[in-house]
Design a protein. Sequence first.
Length: 427
Amino acid sequence: MYVDIGNALDGDLGLAREDLDALDGRVADAHERIARGRADSEHGYAALNLPETCDPDAIRTAAAGFDPDHLLTVGIGGSALGAATLTDALGGDLDCRYLDNVDPVWVASILADVDLSSTVVNVVSRSGTTAETLSNFLVVREAMEAAGVDWTERTVVTTGASGNLRAMADQHDLPALDVPDGVPGRFSALSTVGLFAAELAGADLDALLAGAAAEADRLAGSLYESPAYAYGATTYALAERGAVTNAVMPYAESLERFAEWFAQLWAESLGKDEHGQTPARALGATDQHSQLQLYRAGPADKLVTLVRPREADDVAIPETDLEGLSYLGGSSLGELLDAEFRATEASLAAAGRENVRVELDRVDEHGLGELLYGMEAATVLYGELAGVSTFTQPAVEWGKNAARGLLGGGDFPEADAVSEKRRLEVE
């Protein structure tokens, strides 16, 4: 992973090189804390050990014997987004769908669109009690039974050491993968949680983990020596100066889901104690024709993170005699996308709007391993600098408890707040 922070300096928010120099001592202290957490496999910090601790052979064993046309991953948040990022980016012949919402119309449409007799279901929940995940799984299981498909022969469970899903896996002798200890869901892409789908889709797990390990080796006690820390420290410094939004804009269709994965990682990890940045998702070059107007000419309260591969397959643009378009002939779509990328970068800088360039060599397993690990490490560093509890999510848990209480899943005081909603209806 490569990070260029040059355009984050001397913009409207006033971050200077001297400010980063002054911050670098705190980065060194944070790196020492992160290193201790990793050495002791502390909760959260253990996620940064996954390149070493993840066992790809266990994942291969769970996937062995399956040759499906479709994969339904039933999970939500970190139980789905990492896998979706990998399979969307890497492509392949397997049709991968992610049931990460409980919209009944949408769920029904997916089940009607796949051949359940040629589908593998991977249900993912550490606790085995996640309401959305378990509800969707029960719906999928019933649909398979109605279609005459033995769901026990086509289901793989990814869960914790105990709970409903573990008991079900034991009862029906289902392939079961262990969710790693000490790894929050949003940091689990490079574990059994994210890699089962990648394995079934034909990805090279060894290359993914090698890419992550390469980025781990670049962590150092200075932001000037580590791309991940350069990104984490710079985003933190800009947030302290008023960059309340971080708009992540990949210049590759295959990385669009990456921006969604990043949004959860960034928001859930850092949005505490009035710290954090609101992640916004954009796509280059598409959103140059929409959101860029705001980023360049709206309030000076945003950072734009531009993400792209340095190398990609290309398509030539045919010659044309259409007036005013002859300059396009003989070039390529890749050259056009590169020009759009550099023009956006320059446009923002010329307007004094801070932006950071993040690049990977290619959208392949090694590059994705570097990118995902790098962004996780950047998140952890930002959390250390901001002094927040990076690996907890109390606001998320509050909402879960309220929903469970409303559904009769227990006595949760959070549910009482629902009846207290203020109303001002306009009909």
